[in-house]
Structures are given as C-alpha cells and as structure tokens.
Design a protein. Structure first.
Length: 274
C-alpha cells in the first residue's frame, strides 16, 4: 500500500499534531476502561511528539495508569563463553544511549510530571525487550492485545527500523542482531555522547519486522530534517516491505501514516520526483 506523506512545517508542529492524536486515544481508552499500548522508538524522530504529549496530558488532565510504553529495542553487551557460545545482557539503563533509559527520561518522567502524583505510568509499565529471552517480548505484547499505536522511525542511511538491519526477514520476530556499520554510524548523530564509532555497541535486541506488522493496530512513521530526505523518498514510494530498506514495513501495517516535515520532503524531492 503506497502511503502519501502528510507534510508539516517543522518537527514541532508535527509533534503537536501527533501528540494530540495520541492523547485523544489515551482518553478514549480510559473511558472504555482498557489499557492503551504505545510503541516507541528512542532517538530524535519522535522527540518533539514526546514533548508535546506531556503538554497534552497536562492540558487535558489525563491519568496514565492505563498506559503501557513499549520500547522497540535496546543495546546489548556480549560476552564470549567459548566457541559458538555467547552471553547477552542489556547495557546499564543509566547510560546516555540506553533505549530503556531514554524511555524513562524522555517519555515516562515528563508524562508522569504532567499527570501528577499517583496518576502516571508505573515503572512496570515501561517495557523493553530482554536479550536473554527475546521471544517473550512478542508474547507479552500479544497478551496485551497488541500495540494501539506504534510510532516508527527510519534510519537515514540504511533504512533500519528499530535495530532491524537491511535484509531482515519479513517474518522476523524480537531477537538479538548484529548492528550494521551504517546503523551504528547513524546512531552517532542520535546519541552525541558517543565519542566515535568504536563506542557504539555492536549488538542490540530489537522487535522484528513481523512484530511491528502483526502487532500494531495503526502506525505513524515520522521523518524530519534534511538528513531524512532519502528515507522519505524510499518510504513514499514503498508499496510493501522492501528488505533492503526495512522501514518500508510501515506500508504493510494496518492504517499506516507518514508524517514528515518540509525539510525532509524538499530533500526527498531534490533526489528525485516523488
């Protein structure tokens, strides 16, 4: 399914529009007495949305006890235990580049401050995949009934989504993956605290392509800034999943939207006519 971009003047306007949509859905879920599940990437793409969502929570007086925040991925440390045997463990969540730490600092803490004491997201409702049992993540999400809205982002250089590298199978589920060099290079810009490429972890645990496609009730792909021109070019042309640009999975999802800003759109147009 080809998805036409919806263009906003800048990331802040985009974030406010998307945050208003999310807040309305959170409010509706509360009235219905059900859990609302928000799938979240770390990094820059959805940052303006997270900031605006906290403003919406405060303005609407929303309680968030029914909200579950599902992070897409996390960096992984690897220890060799011998030939062909490795031990995986997540990085310290207090590190600046931890995706779980990002979720706590940039998503949950501002939301909880906006909601007020006793009305926020409990620590047990911020989730991230476990590299020691990655398959369990898909089961946990399914047990909740799936993800109401999955916010998505595309790597600028290689189209990775979460940590899914180019060539990821369409039926892939949550798993540990080796991070491609372009993905690691992209993450230097996402997390300026990295001193150089050697500091970026080489492995991550990530939701799979099928996790995103099969477990979402709707998705919004967010891309802004001139560096996302190539990504917007590929995403706007996609009619379905293209393994060489994994973020194209969004076109195979239920109710997909593509939200971009003028800078990304003009950069895409400069590459080729859409």
């Amino acid at each position: 399914m080809r998805v036409s971009p919806i263009v906003f003047p800048d990331p802040e306007v985009l974030g406010r529009k998307l945050a208003a949509e999310i807040a309305a859905e959170i409010e509706e879920a509360a009235r219905a007495g059900r859990t609302y599940v928000l799938g979240c990437p770390g990094g820059r793409s959805a940052a303006s949305t997270y900031r605006a969502l906290a403003d919406e929570v405060a303005a609407r007086g929303l309680g968030l006890g029914h909200l579950v925040v599902v992070m897409m991925d996390e960096y992984v440390e690897v220890t060799s235990l011998g030939p062909g045997t490795r031990e995986y463990r997540v990085i310290d969540p207090d590190l600046p580049h931890s995706c779980l730490g990002f979720g706590r600092r940039e998503i949950v803490e501002p939301l909880n401050a906006a909601a007020g004491p006793g009305r926020g997201v409990g620590s047990e409702r911020l989730w991230a995949p476990d590299p020691t049992d990655p398959e369990a993540y898909d089961r946990r999400i399914a047990d909740l009934g799936g993800i109401d809205l999955f916010l998505l982002a595309s790597g600028a250089g290689d189209g990775h989504i979460a940590f899914n590298p180019a060539g990821s199978a369409v039926d892939s589920r949550t798993r540990v993956v080796a991070l491609g060099e372009q993905t690691r290079t992209d993450n230097l810009a996402t997390f300026p605290t990295f001193g150089g490429l050697a500091d970026v972890p080489r492995y991550g645990v990530t939701v799979g392509i099928d996790t995103i496609r099969a477990q979402s009730r709707r998705v919004v792909m967010v891309a802004h800034g001139r560096d996302k021109g190539r990504a917007v070019q590929r995403l706007a042309r996609a009619r379905g999943y293209e393994a060489d640009w994994p973020a194209t999975v969004f076109a195979d999802c239920v109710r997909p939207r593509l939200y971009v800003d003028e800078a990304a759109m003009s950069a895409a147009a400069a590459l080729t006519s859409l």
